[in-house]
Design a protein around this ligand. Structure first.
Ligand code: NAP
Length: 314
């Protein structure tokens, strides 16, 4: 089959399209999917540099997120059924066939094209987890969303508005208009947040802005949900938490959440279905590229040159 293979940790330039990769075999708890579209995520960029925690070592078939038709279950896997169209996470998504973790999959909603469902798990469920079960957002609160023009960020802005929050967002200057159109109340550059005043919840995914996010959170009741490090690692000390930033720092990894707290993940799936029913969550409008464009798309994501969800079609 055709697939994008990563051959080093030198970044997206060493992602290569090849056509002689064997179709993978699903294991217990997995399903084999004929991929119709694969989602590009910042995790893919990190993976090309070898910085994604627990990721494969090169050479490997790249890609964590796919949508498509289930063609074979792994041993003992009973759902989703063969023939179902699903979106989910797994390995080797940038290929004609990929193995997905059955527990991470969601059905492609009725009437949606497969590619429009990409982002349901990795973008919307992450944003929802950060806002609700972990961030405990309440109507009338103020939420600060980092990287608000990105895949997770756009979902977070829309959800936070839906839950009645005032949304302050940060994004690169050329992306402000997109974020404003999503309903954000204020859109700022990353350096301008000290002017915001205390916020109740910060969705922090950048790292370079982590110190400013801690400063922005309201003392005692403020929460900072950390789910990414697109701009690199950042630290906070016990001393700072006692004497400088008396805030709640909460770590989030949606894959670990699905595995370790399946009842919380099931709650997210139910809530996303309800949001679809209410017209809050509408079919995605990804930017679609061919598989051969993968290296260029990942390089653009790394260079902060993309807006919204990017998708590769095998
Ligand atoms: N923990 C989880 O379960 C989980 C799940 C999904 C995603 N994530 C994380 O959530 C974040 C968003 O993911 P995504 O896939 O939707 O990506 P994305 O937001 O579309 O892309 C990353 C964005 O981060 C911003 N950024 C700020 N500083 C950066 C820097 N130094 N280098 C590169 N980018 C920088 C850029 O936006 P600007 O141009 O506006 O600065 C860039 O567009 C990532 O950090 C990702 O790792 C975590």
């Amino acid at each position: 089959m055709r697939a994008l293979r990563q051959t080093s940790t030198a970044g997206p330039r060493d992602l290569r399209l090849v056509d002689d990769v064997p179709v993978p075999t699903p294991g217990p708890g997995e399903v084999l999917v004929r991929v119709t579209a694969a989602g590009v995520n910042f995790a893919d960029v990190m993976q090309t540099r070898g910085t994604y925690g627990g990721g494969p070592r090169p050479p490997y078939t790249a890609g964590f997120e796919a949508a498509g038709e289930v063609v074979a279950p792994g041993p003992g896997t009973t759902a989703p059924a063969v023939g179902a169209h699903v979106v989910g996470t797994g390995s080797g998504a940038f290929a004609e066939y990929a193995v997905l973790e059955a527990g991470s999959t969601m059905p492609v909603p009725e009437g949606w094209a497969d590619e429009q469902a990409l982002g349901l798990v990795l973008n919307w469920a992450t944003a929802l987890a950060a806002l609700r079960p972990l961030g405990r957002v309440a109507a009338g609160e103020t939420v600060l969303v980092r990287a608000a023009a990105g895949g997770v960020g756009q979902a977070a802005v829309r959800l936070a508005k839906h839950y009645g929050a005032t949304v302050v967002a940060t994004a690169s200057p050329g992306k402000h208009e997109v974020v404003r159109a999503l309903g954000a109340d204020r859109v700022l550059d990353y350096g301008d947040c000290d002017a915001v005043g205390p916020v109740d919840l910060v969705l922090e995914s950048v790292g370079a802005s982590f110190a400013a996010s801690l400063r922005a959170a309201r003392p005692v009741t403020g929460r900072v949900v950390v789910y990414g490090e697109a701009g690199g690692e950042a630290a906070v000390t016990n001393r700072q938490l006692v004497f400088e930033h008396q805030v709640h720092v909460i770590g989030l990894h949606v894959g670990v959440l699905a595995r370790e707290a399946p009842e919380v993940f099931a709650g997210l799936v139910d809530e996303l279905a309800a949001l679809r029913g209410a017209g809050v969550l509408t079919p995605g409008r990804p930017v679609v590229h061919g598989l051969a464009d993968g290296p260029r798309v990942l390089a653009a994501l790394e260079a902060r040159a993309t807006v919204g969800k990017q998708v590769l079609k095998p």
